[in-house]
Write a protein that binds this ligand. Structure first.
Ligand SMILES: N[C@@H](CCC(=O)N[C@@H](CS)C(=O)NCC(=O)O)C(=O)O
Length: 191
């Protein structure tokens, strides 16, 4: 399995997922300055010309959430994804999709100080944070004691927020980020 990688990109989230799965993989460095992500060869792997992208034999997977969903199911023994028949599966899928369809663009609006227009399909960041806080409840993770790929997807957004130096979120969310970063295999930006 090959992860097309740049340490200053969302590919670090997928690397975190691969490491939590204890999956065997190879990192393929992509140099943005040389526009290696826009070559005809790379566009066959991710037609959007972006990182991350994963190659697993004949399969080519792009979009961080899709890759993490794929890995959670492939490495079922790592217990990072509720099984298709499990009662938690629907909420898990919802949180995985929510991470990049609502939370991430809402955070982008907030960091860029851009007004959030409801027509775009996501809420303002304050609302999104409240949603996450409600889903987290007493924690420690989104599914109680069970750490899942949803924590990688949702949690990485708040780790990014901290990396970007944005003002702290609520104490509950900041404590959640501390917990995630304390995991031995936690996401490492820039490495
Ligand atoms: N929604 C996409 C976002 C991918 C994305 O924007 N990746 C950035 C790096 S973090 C990228 O490749 N930027 C280079 C470019 O667009 O030229 C995902 O989660 O995979």
């Amino acid at each position: 399995m090959k992860l097309y990688f740049n340490p200053q990109s969302r590919a670090v989230t997928v690397k975190w997922m691969l490491d939590e799965c204890a999956a065997p993989y190879e990192l393929v460095p992509i140099d943005f300055t040389k526009r290696e992500h826009k070559t005809a060869e790379f566009l066959k792997i991710n037609p959007a010309g972006k990182l991350p992208a994963l190659e697993d034999r004949d399969a080519r997977i792009f979009e961080t959430a899709a890759i993490c969903l794929y890995l959670g199911d492939k490495y079922a023994h790592a217990n990072l994804a509720p099984a298709i028949s499990a009662s938690e599966r629907g909420r898990y899928l919802s949180l995985m999709v929510y991470s990049t369809s609502q939370l991430e663009p809402a955070m982008g609006d907030s960091l860029l100080k851009v007004e959030t227009l409801a027509q775009r399909g996501w809420t303002d960041f304050e609302t999104a944070q409240n949603v996450v806080e409600g889903e987290l409840g007493d924690g420690p993770y989104l599914f109680g004691d069970w750490f899942t790929a949803a924590d990688i997807m949702i949690g990485s957004m708040f780790i990014w927020k901290r990396i970007f130096g944005a003002p702290p979120s609520s104490p509950a969310i900041e404590a959640y980020v501390d917990r995630l970063l304390a995991r031995p295999k936690a996401m490492k930006f820039g490495k």
